[in-house]
Design a protein around this ligand. Structure first.
Ligand code: DAH
Length: 344
C-alpha cells in the first residue's frame, strides 16, 4: 500500500489556524494537535508500519520528517511573535510617565501655641534661663500656701479652681507659679528658670477665656535683685518677641506671692501707642503679671530673704500669641483648622 502526504494542504491549514492564535494556551493546544504525542505527525509516523515496500517506506518517512521540520519552524516563528507581543504588553502596563509632576506632600506645621512657647523659651534661654517643668495635678500647698496665698484668698474659691478631692488637697494647677516652689525646693540659689505649661480654671470658653490654657512662669533669684532687673529682662523679652520699638510699662498691682507686684504692659503694637480699638485708646496692652518674690515665699522654701531676692512673672501664652499673630478669637488656637494653621 502506498501512502501520500498532502503537504500543501496541511501547511495551508496550519498557517490559517496559527494566524488566529492570540495567547500561549491556544498555541500549546494547536502545537500538540500537530506535534504532540497524539498529534498529526505521530499518527503519520505510525502509518509507516503499514508500508511494506522498503523504498516507499524510506520515501514516506523522509517526507513526514520534512513536514515535521516545516511545522516546527512555523511554530517557532509564532512562538517568538507571541513572546514579543507579551513583552510589549508588559512594557505598556509598567510604563511610567516621568514627566508628570510628583504628588506634593504637605509639610506639617506647629500649632501656634507650641510655636509661641518655643519662641518665648528661646528668648529666655538666650538670656541664661533654663526650662523647668512641674505637674498639672498639684497639691494645694504648692499651688497656694507656699505662694503666700492664704485660705481666705479669692483665688482659692471653688468657682476658680478645679479641685480633685473633697478636702481640696488635690487640684488642677491654676497657674504655673507652683513650679517656682518646686524648683526652689530642689535647687540652691542663684537660679533663673522659666516654666511653660498647661493650667486650668473654671472659666467658660469664649473669645478670650478657656478652662485650659497655657502660661510661662519666670523666676530669677540672686543677691541684690531689684525691680530694675525685672524691667530689663522683660524689656529685652518684649522687644525680641514683639519688635524693637516696643516699650514696657510696669503698673502697680497685687499678687500674694510678690511684693511689690506689677501688671506689665507693652506699648500698643497695633497703633504704636497713639490709641486704637485693641488698646482701648490707652496706647498700652497688658501682657503679664510680675513682681519681686515675696519674703514669705522664700521662707516656705527655706531661702533666707535677707540674703536672696528675686523677681517672678507669669504670662499667658495664648494672650501673647493672639497679639503677635493678630488672632481675634482664642478658640481658633484649639480648633486645628488646617487652613488657619497653614496661614499662620
Ligand atoms: N500666677 C499669676 C496668674 O496666674 C501670674 C503671675 C503674676 C505670676 C505675678 C508671677 C508673678 O510669677 O510674679 O495670674
Amino acid at each position: 500500500m502506498a501512502l501520500t502526504i498532502d503537504r500543501d494542504e496541511i501547511i495551508g491549514t496550519l498557517k490559517r489556524e496559527i494566524q488566529e492564535i492570540t495567547d500561549m494556551q491556544e498555541f500549546q493546544n494547536l502545537k500538540s494537535k500537530y506535534l504532540g504525542k497524539k498529534g498529526l505527525i505521530k499518527s503519520l509516523m505510525n502509518s509507516l508500519k503499514d508500508i511494506d515496500d522498503v523504498e516507499l517506506k524510506k520515501e514516506y518517512g523522509k517526507s513526514v520528517n520534512e513536514l515535521k521540520e516545516e511545522l516546527e519552524t512555523l511554530f517557532d516563528e509564532k512562538l517568538s511573535e507571541l513572546k514579543e507581543k507579551e513583552r510589549e504588553e508588559k512594557e505598556k502596563k509598567n510604563w511610567v510617565d516621568i514627566t508628570i509632576p510628583g504628588a506634593r506632600r504637605k509639610i506639617g506645621k506647629e500649632n501656634l501655641i507650641t510655636k509661641t512657647r518655643k519662641e518665648i523659651e528661646e528668648i529666655f534661654i538666650g538670656m541664661g534661663f533654663s526650662v523647668a517643668e512641674g505637674p498639672e495635678i498639684e497639691n494645694s500647698w504648692y499651688n497656694f500656701d507656699a505662694l503666700n496665698t492664704p485660705e481666705w484668698h479669692p483665688a482659692r474659691e471653688m468657682q476658680d479652681t478645679f479641685y480633685l478631692s473633697l478636702d481640696k488637697e488635690k487640684l488642677l494647677r491654676t497657674h504655673t507659679s507652683p513650679v517656682q516652689v518646686r524648683t526652689m525646693l530642689k535647687s540652691k540659689p542663684p537660679l533663673a528658670i522659666i516654666s511653660p505649661g498647661r493650667v486650668y480654671r473654671k472659666d467658660e470658653l469664649d473669645a478670650t477665656h478657656s478652662p485650659v490654657f497655657h502660661q510661662v512662669e519666670g523666676l530669677y533669684v540672686d543677691r541684690n535683685v531689684s525691680v530694675s532687673h525685672l524691667k530689663m529682662y522683660l524689656e529685652v523679652f518684649a522687644q525680641k518677641f514683639f519688635g524693637n520699638k516696643v516699650s514696657v510699662l510696669l503698673r502697680p498691682s497685687y499678687f500674694p506671692f510678690t511684693e511689690p507686684s506689677f501688671e506689665v504692659d507693652i506699648s500698643c503694637i497695633f497703633c504704636g501707642g497713639k490709641g486704637c480699638n485693641v488698646c482701648k485708646n490707652t496706647g498700652w496692652i497688658e501682657i503679664l503679671g510680675a513682681g519681686l518674690v515675696h519674703p514669705n515665699v522664700f521662707q516656705s522654701v527655706n531661702y533666707d530673704p535677707k540674703v536672696w531676692q528675686g523677681f517672678a512673672f507669669g504670662m499667658g501664652i495664648e494672650r501673647v500669641a493672639m497679639l503677635k499673630y493678630n488672632i481675634p478669637d482664642l478658640r481658633e488656637l484649639y480648633k486645628n483648622d488646617i487652613r488657619f494653621i497653614e496661614n499662620s
